[in-house]
Write a protein that binds this ligand. Structure first.
Ligand SMILES: C[S@@+](CC[C@H](N)C(=O)[O-])C[C@H]1O[C@@H](n2cnc3c(N)ncnc32)[C@H](O)[C@@H]1O
Length: 263
């Protein structure tokens, strides 16, 4: 009897990919950022060899990771409520060759920077981001203030190096107004990330808004779903898609099936 293939994990990839991922995580300074290879594999259907090739590219991203970290430190943030999976975002956009990426929730721009780095490497595509920033009240983050607050004198995306800006359409305002407008302008969406207001009603609103433009095979991600109840599983059910959880956390995703039920 043949043995089942091992579940893909970082340890099953090339040494080159493992070392690049470890170095990138240290350069960014976020211990949570070890990429989940199983999550990437389930969302994309990519073979572990392809995933290894893309994760090995993180070696070339070390200057970017260091720059983000230095910008955070200069802005008074060791880190903040940033996405815990920046390297998976890079890998998902690389492996699917996503050309139209939409994200809501930018803050300093950790997720944005990794999508933009993938688009730059793909040499095509555009990232459309929406953010309604909270601005830090004083010169330092006050007690009770959210770590996502933008330091004084800075703007949404303040940790994203300017050189990545060519493929970035960053819109400032509430997603309740700007997302329907943006979706109306796009012919399709290949990858969507929800990372802003984590309430069940707001997540359900964003998912319903993007749904008409999601192409077959598109990837939809939502962070902090511990706070959004049944909104994501219900949306997945309506598409006939499976919810894919990253490890034991509450960052989840799905891949739109080839023939989703009609709207
Ligand atoms: C958790 S942070 C985003 C982190 C970012 N994705 C990253 O990985 O670095 C959430 C951001 O969403 C913004 N936000 C909250 N409610 C919003 C809304 N209704 N529309 C647009 N942005 C909103 C917050 O001000 C904050 O900048």
């Amino acid at each position: 009897m043949s043995r089942p293939a091992p579940r893909p994990s970082l340890a099953t990839l090339s040494l080159e990919a493992q070392e690049a991922a470890a170095r990138a995580r240290r350069a960014l300074g976020d211990r949570r950022a070890t990429p989940s290879v199983a999550w990437i594999a389930e969302l994309t259907g990519a073979h572990r060899r392809e995933i290894g090739t893309v994760l090995a590219e993180l070696e070339g991203l070390l200057p970017l990771e260091e720059e983000i970290r230095h910008r955070h430190l200069a802005g008074g943030r060791e880190r903040y409520a940033q996405i815990c999976a920046p390297f998976e975002l890079y890998a998902l956009a690389r492996l699917t060759r996503a050309e139209r990426i939409v994200e809501v929730g930018v803050s300093s721009g950790v997720s944005s920077a990794h999508f933009l780095a993938a688009l730059a490497r793909n040499r095509k595509g555009r990232l459309h981001s929406i953010d309604l920033p909270v601005v830090q009240r004083g010169t330092a983050l006050g007690r009770g203030e959210s770590s996502v607050a933008v330091p004084r004198g800075r703007a949404s995306g303040w940790a994203v190096p300017e050189r990545l800006g060519a493929r970035w359409d960053l819109r400032i305002g509430p997603s309740q107004e700007l997302l329907p407008q943006l979706v109306g302008e796009l012919d399709r969406i290949d990858l969507f990330l929800h990372d802003d207001l984590h309430t069940p009603a707001h997540l359900a609103f964003e998912l319903a808004t993007v749904r008409p433009k999601l192409r077959a095979g598109a990837i939809v991600l939502a962070d902090n779903t511990a706070w959004t109840g049944e909104a994501f599983p219900r949306f997945a059910g309506s598409l006939g898609a499976r919810v894919v959880r990253r490890g034991r956390g509450d960052l989840v995703g799905l891949r739109v099936p080839a023939t989703p039920p009609p709207l």
